[in-house]
Design a protein. Sequence first.
Lengths: 465, 294
Amino acid sequence: MPAARPSQGEHPQPAVTSFDGQLLAFAEDLRAEGMAVGTSEMLDAFSALRHIRWRSAQEFKQTLAATIAKSPDDRRTFELVFERFFFRAAEAQAVRLAVSESQTRPGGEEMDLEELRRQIARALQEGSESELLDLARLAIAAFGKGEGSGVLGVDVQRIRRALGLRTEPQPDLPSDDPRRDGLPREQLRRFEQQLRRELERALIERTQALPPKRPLTDLDRALPGGPVQDLAAVHRVVAQLRRRLATQGRELRGHSRHAHVDVRATMRASLQTGGVPVDLRFRPRRPRRPEIFVLCDVSTSVTSASTFFLSVLHALHDVFRKQRSFVFIERISEVTEIFRRERDFRTAAEAVSRDAGVADISGYTDYGRVWTEFLAEIEDELHPRATVIVLGDARTNGRPPREDVFAAIAAKAGRTFWLNPEPRLYWNYGDSVISVYEQYCQAFECWRTDQLEDFVRALTKPQGS
Amino acid sequence: MAENPISVQDVADGLRSVGYLPGEETALVSFLATKLGKPVLVEGPAGVGKTELAKALSKYLGRELIRLQCYEGLDEAKALYEWNYRKQLLRIQTESGEAGWDQVQDDIFGESFLLSRPLLSAIASPQPVVLLIDEIDKTDQEFEAMLLELLSDFQITIPELGRIEARTHPVVLLTSNNSRELTEALKRRCLYLWLDYPELQHELEIVRMHVPELPATVGAKLVEVVAMVRELDLKKAPSIAESIDWARALLLLGAREIDENVFRETLSVIVKHRTDLDLVAERVGVKLAPASAG
């Protein structure tokens, strides 16, 4: 990506702001996207830049990253903003200096389109970056001429379709076609990015002006491949969560009056006072773990999220000994035993889908029925120290929500949480009735791993505070 | 021999010469660490060579490595310094009567009664050292706060003695497996390096460097298989060290190729949980060529 190189070869015109200014503007951009970039970090960045060669774009970028972006999440934001900022900076400069690329694109007519399709698919499969960039240009020349819709995303998708690039296998193609077995998702995403960039460049060249800056959306920022599809990432977070929950004893410790003296530690401490045990040391108290009831929706409307949910459920099982879990579609079914028996998530998930027997006829969630059954099942066990967690999208498919029964459950339990896998934007649209339930419980949107962490924080917070 | 690198390439070559193949970014950040005198926070999955990097740096820079292994409950007494109470008691007892209180007090809070722990040793060392604070995420936040003074100003305050400033500038590496979010204050003071599993080509180089006798075809296949195994959702993904171990094992067995049979027999070198073993055998094993008849 030569254009993203910050140190342009040309001598800057007087109108151009200094490089320092540019870098500060970059930091400002990062802050606008929610990264905490401190002044001291900018100072570090400046002093670090003094020590490296400026010719390599890669080195420049890595130096900035090492001094400014200090967590995997921040790294991702940094990458995106870096691309955007320096792309725009370079283009702005080009517009200002009226530089335009020499047009050496071959005409679309002479190109063998079928051959181009194959070439691109092959490059995608082999993953050669530089080749892809050239091919992206060719593709635009061949398929994206003139009649741009004005919306870059639409054009990108149109070109992709014209090329016949898909992630899923296309068995009707001839066997030597690289598209036959489907293309790697990550590669395709990169190719789309390059298409977008090239289109944007062409647009800027045509209009001689920069389009307004597009702020990052949550989806940009989320892990590539979508929030919940990336199972491995979910598992990593859940594993972390488990460790964190297990070591969170300190805050969870109850206030029981009696404690056991730790003789060894006391003796050790007494050395400070000449062998006189002035300072008594106690054994750590066991943290108090609440009793938890979990209800998890596994219907088709939350298919993508339910793996995520089941793994959360699994992680919770490891930590909270007194937990009962239910899955539901139309009716509920207890899966506590399965999770207790199976230490391995994969087998547990399989067992749930095999033996849970969530007797469903229609495959549509019936919340009213679920509440009634749930209440009947555990009414006697609910008490003010119990916690009820519901994992679901609150889409009733037009059936009565029966919030009165839900209210009864919430009233009996100490705390009630709702995790909704949909972004808050979609709540209460269509058949979602989350607001009806939200009056009785704390509802969290939960489709990114950091939102899951918010929930865990709320869950492990000592009761009553 | 104390090295003083003047370019990123120097560091890359230097680390290479002591048997550590750094990625581009690793070399760059290590170079910046020596130049700016800032601590480096190294994060990444287990087994990508975070600790190895510190060892390699100490070897390359010709500095002593001082290591502080963190664990839950680590406190100042074990990380910084501790008064040698027994010795102090003895001192008081032998002198009781003769010396006045003031003199004894001055005496027993002197440096000879101080047991210095890793952090203090690193600061007080007359030769510059490499300080490795391993698995910082295992400690609690209070300990992190205590480190701040050390990391930004390279000094330690001991109430009875006053401030002890570093005589030389140590290169500090902190490693974390990211099991806990570290505080902003700590991150602010560090350079950040994210180490991930290496790319195929890079890992192949690493394996070849450690096991040069391994046939090229086997090596290429090996890193491919390891990458495939890491893709799976395992309890513990194979580390780089385990790839190397596997390469050694294959060399000992005289394997000419990694087919299904060889894979099954040596699988336990890279996968170390029973459930993982089944999963890997089922998912990866079948993709390999069946054992040749010979």
